[in-house]
Design a protein around this ligand. Structure first.
Ligand code: GAL
Length: 423
């Protein structure tokens, strides 16, 4: 499908795109710039993105930065929709899971099959990611990482002061937050935005019902699972967690919640492992100052999401830089350099874990094990568990309940109805 770079023309002229041609043939003069739309604006995210920018600039490609602030990318997707509607999409867009499929179905994406084939992407990217990076057999996106969402981030100095170990069970987890609360700390740092509420909720769901329940209720949306008593318990546990938030949680950005743990105001944050990037960026040391551990009760299960750069159809003169971007993203050395800063693990399966901290090494091993054991699932909160329409319906109920607008019983009821209507 890759567009042909030379087009036949009848007369010679110079177009506004800077395309010069002679003797009846149009030659494409590459415009060595690439516009990238993304939502990596927090300190840790921006530091990681800098690695990619620097790599491309070293290859003579100019990076045109289009950041849209807002964790999880909700705002970025709104901007993308208006850019695409106006017929002016950027060359590459950071995107998650089923959103990629939705855009592919609209027929506005470009493929990067030539470079994918030359670099054997088929052999080094796991199936779980290829499901989103490819559409109808063609590569339309370059995956840069794998994150996972069922993590808790702890301030180890507070935990020490309270004389506590890393909690392994839900009861120990609640008890630790109670102890923090009694000692004048905030138990749980949280930002009240729908995607953050959903990030916490999906981990709680696994803690209640295990991986089988996640698969049944979220991935397969089975009516029996949606209507089960376990679903009620999920909302009840969310109510328990709400008790440990500070009163100003509403609307707070996720990285500001991380900062509360970093600065020693709060004991825990439940957030995907991009939070690790914030801890590193603040100069904290894993195992000394902070620690990441699986949400108690979810050990062995990995809810993943992968950031991919999706390629949009662009003018011929922009395609070379687009291809170079795709190739730079897939470079093994880059995937190590980027992911050690970002807090994620490489999308490629053929890179070593030598450069990663103990948390990163564990995450790589857990990912491989979960893949093997059938306990690796796409994160609903981050676009990999359900199509966007269903995901949005889930988010609405989760966030309304977490903000105290309905009881756990009402939420459990509403959840079934919302999912059924959105399917
Ligand atoms: C996720 C994304 C991560 C991270 C986070 C917060 O959806 O996959 O890379 O940055 O949002 O912005």
């Amino acid at each position: 499908m890759k567009k042909v770079l030379i087009a036949l023309v009848m007369t010679a002229l110079i177009t506004s795109a800077g395309v010069v041609f002679a003797s009846g043939q149009e030659e494409v003069v590459d415009d060595n710039s690439v516009e990238v739309l993304h939502w990596w604006t927090s300190g840790g995210e921006a530091a990681a993105l800098g690695v990619l920018k620097d790599n491309l600039e070293a290859e003579g490609i100019e990076w045109i930065d289009s950041p849209v602030a807002g964790g999880g990318g909700t705002e970025a997707m709104t901007v993308l929709r208006s850019r695409a509607t106006a017929g002016n999409p950027p060359a590459a867009v950071q995107m998650l899971g089923y959103d990629i499929t939705d855009w592919a179905e609209l027929g506005v994406l470009a493929d990067v099959d030539d470079i994918a084939e030359a670099e054997n992407w088929d052999d080094v990217i796991p199936e779980a990611l290829q499901k989103f990076s490819k559409y109808e057999g063609s590569w339309i996106a370059a995956p840069v990482n794998v994150h996972s969402t069922n993590w808790v981030w702890a301030n180890l100095h507070i935990l020490d002061e309270l004389g506590l170990d890393i909690p392994e069970t839900w009861d120990e987890y609640i008890a630790a937050m109670e102890a923090a609360d009694d000692a004048g700390y905030i138990g749980l740092a949280h930002g009240g935005q729908a995607w953050q509420d959903a990030t916490v909720w999906e981990a709680v769901l696994v803690s209640v019902g295990g991986p089988e329940f996640y698969e049944a209720a979220i991935i397969n949306q089975e009516p029996d699972a949606l209507r089960s008593p376990q679903m009620l318990e999920v909302f009840q546990r969310m109510g328990q967690l709400r008790e440990f938030l500070d009163p100003n949680f509403s609307g707070r950005d996720w990285n500001l919640a991380s900062a509360m743990v970093i600065e020693g105001d709060a004991l825990f944050q439940m957030m995907g492992d991009w939070a690790k990037g914030e801890f590193f960026n603040a100069g904290l040391e894993a195992g000394e100052d902070f620690m990441g551990f699986r949400t108690p009760g979810t050990q062995g299960t990995v809810l993943f999401n992968a950031d991919q750069f999706v390629m949009f159809e662009v003018a011929p003169e922009l395609q070379n830089a687009q291809t170079l971007l795709a190739s730079a993203i897939m470079d093994p050395a880059f995937q190590v350099a980027f992911n050690t800063v970002k807090g994620s693990v490489p999308a490629r399966t053929d890179v070593s874990d030598a450069e990663f901290t103990i948390i990163g090494k564990n995450a790589m091993a857990e990912l491989a094990a979960a893949n093997e054991n059938g306990t690796l699932f796409g994160s609903m909160a981050h676009g990999h568990g359900a199509r966007a329409s269903v995901k949005n319906a889930m988010w609405d109920v989760i966030t309304a309940h977490f903000n105290g607008q309905m009881t756990a019983e009402e939420a459990a009821e509403q959840f079934v109805v919302a999912v059924e209507q959105a399917q």
